[in-house]
Design a binder for this molecule. Sequence first.
Ligand SMILES: Nc1ncnc2c1ncn2[C@@H]1O[C@H](COP(=O)(O)OP(=O)(O)OP(=O)(O)O)[C@@H](O)[C@H]1O
Length: 264
Amino acid sequence: MNDTAPLLDFRHMTVIKDERAILDDISLLVGADENIAIIGPNGSGKSSLIKVMTREYYPVADAPGLHMNIMGEEMWNIFDLRKQLGIITTDLQNMCLRDSTVFEIVLSGYFSSIGIYDDFFDVTIEMKAMANEILKFLGIHHLRNQKMTKISSGEARKALIARALVHDPKALVLDEPTNSLDMKSIDQFRKTVSSVAKAGKNIILVTHDLSDIIPEIKRVILIKDGKIFADGKKEDILTNENLTALFEVPVTVQKHGEYYAAFC
Ligand SMILES: Nc1ncnc2c1ncn2[C@@H]1O[C@H](COP(=O)(O)OP(=O)(O)OP(=O)(O)O)[C@@H](O)[C@H]1O
């Protein structure tokens, strides 16, 4: 892995499912220190793009000009790759809603499992110390011994961030992270993501909600029908015209301090 290489260097990437191009000739270069937000309507291809990053979906191998480097590497062991891209999705959160404690879920990140199985996993003192440190950094150490089923959605999402951070990943990939959170939880979650970005992790955010775009994200990519519709500086991309064309309803974008919101 090369720390100065682009985080993502995808060229001419097409993904076919059910004989349809769900990603259609995507080229995307994301720098080593860049944070990005990917925005698009339902079914536009956002989650599929993340699945290409995590090697759940593969592009058409013989597409002319295909190039797919992540952190300077073309070939990845899938487990190593997923450790470097800490993925936080609602699916993962649902899988983690079980009888395990927050601490066990965080530790299980070391084993790419969900929960700890004492007979199989050798949890070291160093792992426990690191998990405690991360829980403190994220302000949820007091939840350490709570069951995942007994904490709020916002707290559970922070626990998943902690689980991803045990590997000291290069990036956090957040797929619609504030879905189903109330306003206070959204505010706290955003602050958590900002603090992770400030600590030097890249943030790749997929969302419908412009207000999820933390100030540390300066670049926005709009996706429509599996293609990149617009890509550039946040202030140039988040316009009434672009969002209206993207969502095919009249959209008004407003800026509040360093945050954006959209109304239709
Ligand atoms: N494994 C698959 N087989 C067939 N079609 C698929 C598969 N995965 C995704 N698709 C289709 O590809 C399109 C893009 O899906 P994707 O989940 O990437 O969209 P999205 O932008 O994340 O949508 P949403 O905002 O609703 O989550 C959709 O039409 C979806 O039905």
